[in-house]
Design a protein around this ligand. Sequence first.
Ligand code: GLN
Length: 538
Amino acid sequence: MSVKYIFITGGVVSSLGKGLTSAAIGYLLEMRGVKIAMLKLDPYLNVDPGTMNPFQHGEVYVTDDGAETDLDLGHYYRFTNTPLSRASNATSGQIYDTVIKKERRGDYLGKTVQVIPHVTDEIKEKILACSKQEPNIRVVLVEIGGTVGDIESLPFLEAIRQFRYEHPQDCINIHLTYVPYLKAAGEVKTKPTQHSVQALREIGIIPDMILCRCEEALSQELKEKISLFCNVPKDAVFDEKDVDHTVYEVPLDLHRQKLDERICQTLHLQTHEPDLTRWNQLLHAVLNPKGKVVIGIVGKYMDHQDAYKSVFEALHHAAIDAGVGLEIRKFESDRIVEEGSVEKAIGGCDGYLVPGGFGERGWEGKVLTAKYCREKKIPYFGLCLGMQVLIVEFARHVLGLKEAHSTEVNPNTSEPVVSMLSQQRGIQDLGGTMRLGSYPCAIKKGSLAEKCYGANLIQERHRHRYEFNNAYKKAFEDKGMVFSGTLDQGQLCEISEVSGHPWMLGVQFHPEFKSKLLDAHPLFRDFIRHIATGKGLA
Ligand code: GLN
């Protein structure tokens, strides 16, 4: 049986939620019993997003095999069971890097190296490689980043045109477009969609289905108009309206319109009706919460809604799991110091989370947050940098080491309680050189971490250069710090907990990357449950 390919392009504007839509389609196919794989193709020239500022790009999602990838892979993980690895994301930078290396090696045997066929061949290789990640993959969903009409995405579009030409029975194109409502005219406009489909046709791609992002569901009349102008059958025009409550409504909405059925028919895939019972149950919990918990996130990129995407989602999964509502309050950590009083700046939440981050800005505000939580016995959850902050705060105010710091912020500190990982010293390049990917972590018996995980050996994903400095381990333990997770057969402290505090825990890894709607992460789950129980909600 040949592998089938679904190419998903975007038109009119960016930020339409192509990643989320692709993930929702992936989920529906899986529920129909189809084994899928997903690939994101990004047109930018960075080799990966690892060196990009979160304000530019949002979160960097890390896979088990240590690839720093586009945040859309987080959507794929949260909605589906697709394999996720280095083979799941490719950028123009990566493709060109491979082509140029081949050219330098002489692999092209004296030929002129060109976008067509050499770059497009490389893109097609990536698509094929994605289908071979695991046995029995039946459908590969390929999301093309950017917007049709951009110069930089042209090689990708040309590659998928060729791919379909070479595999005519096995491919479909879905075009996600925007159908705006013009308030002043009181009308919904289809013209931008017509133009974007026209741009696709000029390249030689004819969409099989059109998905229209819109504020409200489209009338039959409008769908027929789009069908006529864009040359797709009437029942191949779908709407994807803004969700009322949560993005997890998207697959149900698409299923109601029979999108998954249409895809399977067009690709001649034999499947069964999807069983969406559990998903529906969880959505019921979202719509009918019992009270709410309020979590303050104290970070550095709070104004960018995608910079901590997986953290927000993991908190939501945990709240849904506990059957409670969730309010997230966002605090810019550098403003806390300016406010003068921590209570005034961030007070009033049921618990606080300090996420990952880099560099000096906002450090002291995070340390003040940890101090506030420790002293007032308010739940605190530190992720990566959030654990390093917990360590520095404890050193300064419990151990009395006033100069304690991370060498990331103060390389000359006399008390380097957080310092550079030994394997990191001497590395010059910034791209792809951190401690990245999945590592085993042994969990201490009787610890809070053990209660959360219910296991003594776990695997979590990392992305950092600094770590707790083991020279201080005994001093910390003497004052009540419990290092409840350590690298299996290694020295690194991966989890730290403050004993005597109801819930104060930091992790050197990124648990947020491994939380799903159907499987909330154990640490997030316990953090929220602990708070909900304290409020009499769970
Ligand atoms: N900047 C810190 C380090 O490199 C933390 C990284 C992070 O939070 N991902 O160790």
